[in-house]
Ligand binder design. Sequence first.
Ligand SMILES: Cc1cc2nc3c(=O)[nH]c(=O)nc-3n(C[C@H](O)[C@H](O)[C@H](O)COP(=O)(O)O)c2cc1C
Length: 209
Amino acid sequence: MTPHVSIDPSILYFGTPVVLVSTIGADGRPNLAPISSVFWLGHTAVIGLGRRSRTLANLAETGQCVLNLPSVHQVGAVDRLALTTGNDPVSARKRAVGYRYEPDKFGRAGVTPAESTTVAPSRVAECPVHLEATVTHIHALGGSDGGTAAVELTVTHVHVEESLKVAGTANRIDPDRWRPLIMSFQQFYGLGDRVRPSTLSSIAEEWYR
Ligand SMILES: Cc1cc2nc3c(=O)[nH]c(=O)nc-3n(C[C@H](O)[C@H](O)[C@H](O)COP(=O)(O)O)c2cc1C
């Protein structure tokens, strides 16, 4: 066995999918921000946001968003949004590491807004998956993560590119075709191939509904 050592890493970002969160403020201004703190349980999604982000303010103001899931092919658009914020002025802490105000995030990313079905914020047409969602609860996180919040969302409508579906099914996504963009310790990755047959997959997906 490889020996282990004790370390004190500044971040614990061991690898999660990237999401482009589309929101609008009470003033009607759209925003789009990359995040990667996200998980799903049933049709609940939980995202982690810095408490001073424009996205969190918009979610508190208007209660709706679209979680746009980029594949590895949209990594350029995601990276063009890095170090931008919809907040003006930019906080001193963010300015010090190079963040700047960007009022036109869709333009900056070079992506196309598409009308949503159940919420007001736009979808990102280029992303293969769009999860429209409403805010259920905003939880301020305590402890050493006092500057962050977990936003609990209810997914209200799902759009996927037709090519991601398992052929002949109405509602199933083929994980061999869905290639999420993953962020790990501030770097971008894709997924490798399936590593072995999965015992859990003996359960029919409909059982979870
Ligand atoms: C790939 C990527 C992943 C990120 N993940 C998160 C995250 O999970 N939570 C977060 O608050 N910020 C995250 N950030 C930083 C936000 O994008 C940044 O705080 C941005 O200013 C938010 O935009 P806004 O202020 O317009 O909402 C990430 C940035 C990138 C490029």
